[in-house]
Write a protein that binds this ligand. Sequence first.
Ligand code: GRF
Length: 204
Amino acid sequence: MTIRLGVLVSGSGSNLQALIDAIAAGGIDAEIAVVISSRPGVLALARAAEAGIETVALSPDDYRYPAVADKRITAELTARDVDYVVMAGYMRMLGSRVLSAFPDRVINLHPALLPSFPGASGIEDAFKAGVKVTGVTVHFANEVYDEGPIIAQRAVPVLEGDTIESLAARMHEVEHELLPEVVRLCSEGRVRIDSDRIVRIDHE
Ligand code: GRF
């Protein structure tokens, strides 16, 4: 059964594009039912429109109060009967209204190896801390920012001579692989959360 996705974005939408391309290439039985942006005018919305995907842009009034934004987002997602919500660079935590409407169905992408370097600047924070390995995390969102059961992680080495920009470029390449991979696993029903809240991937 084709799973229906709602994708939340705030900016350039390169991860949304990776997902669109991976689905178009085949091998992921999923359909993006709607792309919701925290603001109008972002490149992610143009990418969605170009792919023929329905879009919703929150107005500044919608977005100003988290509870108002959550209500609107929940309504848009439930109206389209989505199975999973993918936060692909959506720059604010979702509230309990959205999370309880999609329990263990909200996937977040974070540019660091959680639980290290949570927050809005994971790449910079890891770089400035001088770590030699950072990476990408895809996890289920819960009500604590950048917490919640980890689905997949992939390491990215910090190289001698790296700048934040060069590191960020390699991080994004890994994000663009890992996020579609996780969506594929979800579409195949191979991701489950144990009673200990640890994610187990069923391998054939
Ligand atoms: C990604 O680095 C993601 O990890 C972070 O925001 C960025 C979004 O990039 N949360 P894009 O909009 O998908 O290009």
